[in-house]
Design a protein around this ligand. Structure first.
Ligand code: FAD
Length: 319
């Protein structure tokens, strides 16, 4: 399959359309997800990201008064979905690979599965804390930061696996994506520290960057400029989510630590219902997309979050 960076090169400056999908809740069928994104294939996304959702914990009180901690998984199936997308649509799937919940050996096995399936792209992330916890904790013999996982994947690309006795193994061929935050990762003390750690991911082998969603293009433009000043010269793909309900005015800034432009806030506050708010979100998404395209963004990457009709309308207007 083709690397994301090669897709970008082949596009020769023409912006690429791509999407991110979320695995369905355990027990749902894959059919809905695939049917939902099928109309978007009209815009020829060369790749589709599939998120990974780590384990969560529930606590169950036992008759003896103690608490049993039970691991649950709500959205398993990332690798299976990648394979289904690859075969049904003939596009390159990009599985998200997390530090959280994995030991480095489990990560190696996961990456080997991807390699056997012919999946040559991976978005490498730390992951959020396991719910209900609020701070990230690495699994025993796992990683605390995405840069460490980038290093492991880059080593595999050189044929260096975890254990010395695994000699003469064929190298993998992963194109490595990493996440970045135009409005700063919420845990970072300041932008400079965040840039230092982003640079670390790039120095250890990241090939491209995908940003957190933003609603103010200025944040992306400033971020790209500062990356270039810090010597980060790999492609920076803007992540875009069309706002789709009135409540998202509060929820998105809280969850993703981002700023909502006043003009967008005013337009959504003037809506009488969510249908109107969804329309405002689409129009905002069209404006954002046009401006990003004109400024030379290599890819416009839309977070579908399970619903694709609004992304469809934006894509129709701009691609
Ligand atoms: P890191 O790059 O490890 O950074 C995390 C924090 O640690 C930052 O504050 C950074 O400044 C700091 N830091 C980095 N290195 C060091 C160091 N050496 N020492 C001290 N501090 C350091 N989450 C999921 O669970 N599943 C997904 O599929 C998923 N997909 C995503 C896709 C995109 C495009 C984005 C932007 C985010 C996604 N996330 C996903 C969320 C992501 O996992 C969280 O934002 C997480 O909190 C940080 O991940 P990271 O890879 O950016 O971490």
């Amino acid at each position: 399959m083709t690397k994301i960076t090669d897709h970008i090169k082949a596009a020769n400056g023409k912006p690429i359309f791509s999407i991110e999908v979320i695995p369905p809740i355990k027990g749902d069928t894959l059919k809905n997800l695939l049917d939902n994104i099928e109309p978007l294939m009209e815009f020829k996304p060369p790749f589709v990201d599939v998120t990974y959702h780590r384990e969560e914990y529930i606590e169950r009180p036992l008759p003896d008064g103690t608490i049993q901690k039970i691991v649950t998984r709500k959205r398993p199936g990332t690798v299976g979905i990648c394979s289904a997308i690859m075969h049904r649509f003939g596009v390159d799937p990009v599985p998200h690979v997390l530090c959280g919940g994995f030991s480095r050996e489990e990560t190696e096995d996961f990456l080997i599965d991807l390699h056997y399936l012919g999946i040559d792209n991976a978005l490498v992330l730390r992951g959020d804390p396991a719910k209900p916890f609020t701070t990230f904790k690495a699994k025993e013999n796992g990683y605390s930061y995405a840069s460490e996982l980038v290093e492991q994947v880059a080593n595999m690309n050189r044929g260096v696996y975890l254990h010395e006795e695994d000699t003469a193994l064929a190298p993998s061929n992963f194109c490595i994506g990493v996440a970045a935050y135009p409005e700063k990762h919420f845990e970072a003390e300041n932008h400079d520290i965040d840039f230092e750690y982003l640079k670390q991911k790039v120095d250890k082998g990241a090939d491209y960057i995908v940003t957190q969603m933003f609603f103010d293009n200025r944040k992306y433009f400033d971020f790209v400029e500062r990356c270039r000043q810090h010597g980060i010269d790999i492609p920076i793909i803007p992540g875009l989510k069309p706002l789709s309900t009135r409540r998202q005015l509060q929820i998105l800034p809280r969850l993703f630590h981002l700023h909502m432009p006043e003009e967008l806030v005013a337009a959504v506050e003037a809506c009488e219902n969510d249908q109107q708010a969804r329309q405002v979100g689409i129009e905002w998404g069209i404006q954002q997309s046009r401006e990003l395209m004109a400024a030379g963004a290599p890819v416009l990457h839309y977070y579908t979050m399970g619903k694709a009709d609004n992304v469809m309308q934006i894509a129709r207007a701009v691609f």
